[in-house]
Design a protein around this ligand. Structure first.
Ligand code: FES
Ligand code: FES
Length: 229
């Protein structure tokens, strides 16, 4: 006589193995059906987010920037980055825009001697500070030692990254002389013994070169540091 699959096992007092298997298969089939019918989810009404309320534009205001030792009286909206202020308002085209989001270092300039990405900062934040761009590295028509070394060591190809590399390396040599450690410095409590190629690469790692002129850039920086440029 066939066994009723829904009957209890008389000896165990619980559902028989056949019942468990059948319920498992029913559950699995239901789950598979739901998964195979994504349109059931797609038919759920989608509530569109309300568009943000338009903001009133903030009017331009007078901003005076000291760039390469000269005062520039500009009229800028507060949202204008230092990078855009340099190129589009002050007419200094040497500083380059690569990524415009802090990833490539092409826009590096010096502010009070510190290197920063000018695409990541607003121009209005730098009133009263000394901004130096690549145009300000040479003095009285004489190239800086790093500029000379870049030429001598052929440390560029297209040259797009070069203004940022030069500004960054200028500040980096000052940081090294001041005893600043890097993440590859063996003992961060002591001044690095020498500016090795590894130190140079690490300290210049925020400046990308799509042409891959890295070995010549390192050679140029090393030569300036060692006084052999
Ligand atoms: S343009 Fe500023 S970091 Fe790339
Ligand atoms: S020389 Fe071309 S990106 Fe560096």
């Amino acid at each position: 006589m066939p066994r009723n699959p829904d009957s209890k096992d008389p000896q165990q007092g619980s559902a028989s193995p056949n019942v468990s298997r059948r319920r498992f298969l029913q559950s699995a089939a239901a789950a598979a059906t739901a998964g195979a019918a994504p349109h059931l989810y797609a038919q759920q009404p989608v509530v569109a987010a309300a568009p943000p309320a338009p903001r009133a534009p903030v009017p331009p205001r007078p901003v005076t920037l000291n760039i390469n030792g000269r005062e520039y009286a500009l009229h800028l909206e507060p949202r204008v980055t230092l990078l855009d202020a340099l190129g589009e308002y002050a007419g200094l085209m040497g500083t380059k825009k690569g990524c415009d989001r802090g990833q490539c270092g092409a826009c590096t300039v010096l502010v009070d001697g510190r290197r920063i990405n000018s695409c990541l900062t607003l121009a209005v934040m730098h009133e009263g500070e000394a901004i130096t761009t690549v145009e300000g590295l040479a003095r009285n028509g004489t190239l800086s030692p790093l500029q000379e070394a870049f030429v001598k060591h052929d440390a560029f190809q297209c040259g797009y990254c070069t203004p940022g590399q030069l500004c960054s390396a200028t500040a980096m040599l000052g940081e090294f002389k001041a005893g600043t450690a890097s993440t590859v410095t063996a003992d961060v409590r002591r001044r690095p013994a020498q500016l090795s190629d590894e130190e140079i690469r690490e300290r210049m790692s925020g400046n990308l070169c799509r042409c891959g002129a890295y070995s010549n850039i390192v050679a140029a920086v090393r030569a300036v540091n060692e006084g052999t440029a």
